[in-house]
Ligand binder design. Structure first.
Ligand code: FAS
Ligand code: PHB
Length: 401
C-alpha cells in the first residue's frame, strides 16, 4: 500500500470537487482529488446550464472566470408559456437588479480542470474501490486502487463531493444521518443540438401534453427538455419524434421559429428532491449532489453545489489560517438553511409546471389559476424572480425572523 499525505482529500472531480480544489490551492491549502471515472467521462456528462451570481462570483474567486465572462450569456428574464400564451418574467426588475448567466456545467468543469492541470495539481481519475476511513477521528484517510496498486491518503479533512451515488454519504453512520426524499413520477428527456435557440430567453412550458423547457448553451447551441413517463427509454425517442413532440407543446410562434437538427446528445434524467441532514460527520463534509438533489426545474443543482463549496472553503481556510473551528462547526446548518429554500422552490416550480399522472383535470385548473395569478401580480413576479436568481450568500443573516 502506497501512503501519501494531504490536508484535504476531495472525493469527486465534478464541479463541487474541482471548484473546492481550486479555491484551496489559491489559499495555499493542499488538496488531492480522487474520482472513479476519467476526466473525459466527467466532461461528457451534459447537465446544468444556468449560473446564479453566487456561482459566477465563485468562478471569479477561484480565478477561472475569464472564458465564462467572454462566452456566458447574461439573461434578465424567462418566458412562461401556458394556454398558448407567453408571459415574460422580468428577473432583473423583480429581483432588484439581479440576473443569471447561460454557461454550461460542462464549460465550468472544463475551465476548472484546465486551471488544475496548469497548476500541476493532483487529480486521480479512474480510481477503483474508493473508501473513506476514520473521519470520526482527527486522523481520517481515504483509500483507492489504481492500476492494481492500493493507495492510502492521510489527511486532516475529507470533502465528500462524490455526488448522489458516491461513497461518502453512504459511509456516514446510519444512526447519525437523516435522509429526506421525494421521487417524481416522470423524467426529463434532454436533447442538445447545434441549432440557434428558439428564443433569446428560456421558455418554461406547461402544456396539456406535459412540461417542456427551451434552453440554450450559446447563440448557436440549444438545449431542450421534454417531460416523459418513467417507463420511457432514450432509445424510444428518435430526433424527429423529439422535435415533433416539442412542437406540439410550443405555441404557434415557437413552432414557426424552432430550428431542428441532429442531436449531439440525448438522455433521460430522473427527478427527485433529496436532502441529507446533517452535511458534516466529524472530519468529513458533504457538498453538492453528495448531500442534496433538486428537480432541475429551478436550475438550482449546480448553484447549490457552488454555495456549499464556498461555505466549506471559507470554513477550511478559517481553520488553517485563523486556527478557528467556528466555520467547520457551523457548516452544515449554514448550508441546510439555503438548501431547503432551494429545495422548496424547485419542488414548487416542478409541481406548477408538470402534469402528474395521478392528478385529475382539476389540478390542471389549479395550475392555470396559479400561473395566471403569478403572471398578473407584482408579488407573483417577485417571488419567481427572487427564487430563480438565487439567494445572496449571506441570506441566513437576512432572515426575517
Ligand atoms: P457530480 O455528480 O457532478 O460529481 C460527482 C463526481 O463524483 C463524479 O465525477 C463521479 O464520477 C464522482 N464519484 C461518484 N462516486 C464516486 C466514488 N465512489 N469515488 C470517487 N468518485 C466518485 N442541475 C442544474 O442546475 N440544471 C440541470 O439542468 C441539471 N441537469 C442534470 C441532469 C442529470 C442527469 C444529473 C444527474 C444532474 C443534473 N443537474 C442539473 C444537477 C447537476 O448539475 C449537479 O447539481 C452537479 O453535477 C453537482 O455537482 P457535484 O456535486 O460535483 O456532483
Ligand atoms: C439547462 O439549460 O440545462 C437548464 C436550464 C434551466 C433549467 C434546467 C436546465 O431550469
Amino acid at each position: 500500500m502506497s501512503t501519501t499525505r494531504t490536508q484535504v482529500a476531495i472525493m469527486g472531480a465534478g464541479p463541487s470537487g474541482l471548484l473546492l480544489g481550486q479555491l484551496l490551492h489559491k489559499a495555499g491549502i493542499d488538496a488531492v482529488i480522487v474520482d472513479r471515472v476519467s476526466g473525459d467521462y466527467v466532461l461528457g456528462r451534459i447537465r446544468a446550464g444556468i449560473l446564479e451570481q453566487v456561482c459566477i462570483d465563485l468562478m471569479d474567486e477561484a480565478g477561472v472566470g475569464e472564458r465564462m465572462h467572454q462566452e456566458g450569456l447574461i439573461h434578465h428574464g424567462i418566458e412562461m408559456l401556458f394556454d398558448g400564451q407567453r408571459h415574460r418574467v422580468d428577473l432583473h426588475k423583480w429581483s432588484g437588479g439581479q440576473q443569471v448567466m447561460v454557461y454550461g456545467q460542462t464549460e465550468v468543469t472544463r475551465d476548472v480542470m484546465a486551471a488544475r492541470a496548469a497548476a500541476g495539481l493532483t487529480t486521480i481519475y479512474e480510481a477503483k474501490n474508493t473508501a473513506v476511513h476514520d473521519f470520526d477521528t482527527a486522523r481520517p484517510y481515504v483509500t483507492y486502487e489504481k492500476d492494481g496498486v492500493k493507495h492510502r491518503i492521510d489527511c486532516d479533512f475529507i470533502a465528500g463531493c462524490d455526488g448522489f451515488h458516491g461513497v461518502c454519504r453512504a459511509s456516514a453512520p446510519r444512526s447519525a444521518i437523516k435522509e429526506y426524499e421525494k421521487v417524481y413520477p416522470f423524467g426529463w428527456l434532454g436533447l442538445m443540438s447545434d441549432t440557434p435557440p428558439v428564443n433569446d430567453e428560456l421558455i418554461y412550458v406547461n402544456s396539456p401534453r406535459g412540461f417542456a423547457l427551451c434552453s440554450q448553451r450559446s447563440r448557436t447551441r440549444s438545449r431542450y427538455y421534454l417531460q416523459v413517463p418513467l417507463t420511457h427509454h432514450v432509445e424510444d425517442w428518435s430526433d424527429d419524434a423529439f422535435w415533433q413532440e416539442l412542437k406540439l407543446r410550443l405555441d404557434e410562434k415557437g413552432r414557426a421559429d424552432l430550428v431542428t437538427g441532429p442531436s449531439l446528445e440525448k438522455s433521460i434524467a430522473p427527478l427527485r428532491s433529496f436532502v441529507t441532514e446533517p452535511m458534516r460527520f466529524g472530519r468529513m463534509f458533504l457538498a453538492g449532489d453528495a448531500a442534496h438533489i433538486v428537480p432541475p426545474t429551478g436550475a438550482k443543482g449546480l448553484n447549490l453545489a457552488a454555495t456549499d463549496v464556498k461555505y466549506l472553503f471559507d470554513a477550511l481556510r478559517e481553520y488553517y489560517q485563523d486556527k478557528s473551528e467556528a466555520g467547520i462547526d457551523g457548516y452544515s446548518q449554514k448550508c441546510l438553511g439555503r438548501v431547503w429554500r432551494a429545495e422548496r422552490f424547485s419542488w414548487w416550480f416542478t409541481q406548477l409546471m408538470h402534469r402528474f399522472p395521478d392528478d385529475g383535470e382539476i389540478v390542471a385548473k389549479f395550475q392555470h389559476a396559479e400561473l395566471e395569478y403569478l403572471m398578473y401580480s407584482e408579488a407573483g413576479q417577485r417571488t419567481i424572480a427572487e427564487n430563480y436568481v438565487g439567494l445572496p450568500l449571506d441570506f441566513a443573516s437576512q432572515r426575517l425572523m
